[in-house]
Design a protein. Structure first.
Length: 322
């Protein structure tokens, strides 16, 4: 399903959400300087993945101009070719792809959007997002901002989209959480720093970055980098658990040994001891976190705080402060 904040438009994809997903994300380091050279690099990078089994592949912001070739007169043709390439490999590998390209504004001749596309395993475009906040460089040129938020339902979870400068608007990242994002993909020109980790931890969703010359990353719902690029390769890979949930250790003091005994390697657990939290995921497609919660009487971090937020609000009414 593809949701936008203004229209709430949705398209049924008829998919079943996977408990576990293999992620690949790239930086554009070494892709080349010209749009045509980068286009050729994109095809080489995609062709190299034929022995892997990704569930999602991500590429950097406006990847064709990441080498500096902004004023290429064939930019529309090159971006159309890049989008067609992504769709072809998504269908070939039966994978999801998020790519970010320049898009000619259909209603405003001579203007461009900075646009992320979500492509499904059949090669279909199932959602897109136009960058809501553009910088002075784009404003001084021919760039214009988008308006709508976008969250797209896929078989690996609900994917929310942000782009580079959008990092500065805290309320927009909250909006994606409110729309139920399990994963946020953030293509950008730079690393993003600790703010990316903070967003992931606060909203308890995965953030996947795909950047130009910095280190692309996969950040988990506890705010930890679980995979990060380096200077020697533009490729980053990692495993995520999109159906997983974060739990507080309150009321779960003895649950981890019991869960290990009951489920063994059918589950995945990562502990954030200083925050008194743990993230529980599932390796077995026949098992669900919901089933585990019901069996062991567990309550997620979000539900725990929601319950006691309401309880404290009730008590404040009953016992107003002087």
């Amino acid at each position: 399903m593809w949701y936008t904040e203004s229209s709430r438009f949705l398209t049924e994809q008829g998919t079943t959400m996977k408990n576990k997903a293999n992620i690949i994300t790239f930086s554009s380091r070494g892709f080349g300087r010209t749009q045509e050279g980068i286009l050729a690099s994109l095809e080489r990078r995609l062709a190299e993945l034929h022995r892997l089994s990704p569930d999602l592949i991500c590429f950097p912001e406006e990847v064709l101009i990441s080498g500096g070739d902004k004023n290429n007169p064939r930019w529309e043709e090159n971006n159309a070719a890049a989008l067609a390439l992504m769709r072809r490999y998504a269908a070939l590998y039966r994978t999801n792809i998020v790519c970010n390209l320049e898009e000619a504004a259909p209603d405003y001749p001579g203007k461009r959007y900075n646009t992320s596309y979500v492509i499904d395993r059949a090669g279909g475009i199932i959602g897109k997002y136009r960058k809501r906040y553009i910088t002075y460089r784009a404003i001084a040129g021919d760039g214009i901002p988008g308006e709508k938020f976008a969250v797209v339902d896929t078989d690996i979870g609900r994917i929310g989209l942000m782009i580079c400068f959008d990092i500065g608007w805290r309320e927009d990242w909250q909006r994606l959480a409110d729309m139920g994002a399990d994963i946020v993909v953030w293509p950008a020109a730079y690393h993003g720093g600790n703010l990316i980790n903070a967003y992931a931890a606060i909203h308890m969703y995965y953030v996947i970055t795909s950047v130009w010359n910095g280190e692309s990353r996969i950040v988990n719902p506890l705010g930890d980098d679980i995979a990060e690029g380096h200077q020697w390769d533009s490729f980053v890979s990692g495993t995520i658990y999109p159906t997983g949930e974060v739990f507080h250790f309150d009321n779960h003091f003895d649950h981890l040994p019991r869960l290990r005994e009951a489920y063994g390697d059918r589950i995945f657990v990562q502990v954030e001891g200083k925050g008194n939290t743990f993230h529980l995921g599932v390796n077995d497609p026949a098992l669900s976190v919901a089933e585990i919660k019901k069996t062991f009487g567990m309550q997620s971090y979000a539900d725990y705080h929601r319950q006691y937020g309401e309880e404290n609000a009730r008590l404040r009414v009953q016992y107003p402060e002087d």
